[in-house]
Design a protein around this ligand. Sequence first.
Ligand SMILES: [Zn+2]
Length: 202
Amino acid sequence: MKYIDLTQSFGPETPVSFPTLPVKFKTVSASPQVTEIVFGTHSGTHLDAPAHFFPEGKKLSNLGIESFMGRGVLVDVRGKGNVGKEILEGVEIKAGDAVLLFTGWQAKYGSKEYFDDYPVVSEELAKEFVRLKIKILGIDSSGPDKEPFSIHKVLLEKEILILENLCNLEGLTKVKDFEIIALPLKLETDGAPARVVAKIYE
Ligand SMILES: [Zn+2]
């Protein structure tokens, strides 16, 4: 058994898409050390819950623990600006899978460019994920779409959770059999940073 950590380290330097909401760490007690943290729920490697776009949708605390785990499927989409349905050719996806789109965009993490011109998922592909009943869609960029966030809505409406700002997907390109475990804190919110791990069986 082997594990790969797919999580970016989270701290005051974490790049954020809303510049008005930087991650702040403040030591409020030196000994014992206690840190006060201020952050947006969609900072760093994180998971989106349905409530992110649907006020009546589930928050992280309302989702069953099984929502955060599934058989992993990596799809290599490097070099594509528009990620369409054709990427699924020859890829076997089952209900309950956690599908990861490997865009390679992680290389730009920390640069301003990271939040511009990132690859986007087509609505046709998002609807195919709904039809296939996947559980999680993960990506190594700040997200699968841009305003008006139609891909987020198509997926979250069906309780397909979205994992953003993943890293180290390169390590999975030659792996056949793995599971994704993406555990956010049990916050009563629309999303939260998560520790995301690939558990490799081989
Ligand atoms: Zn998010």
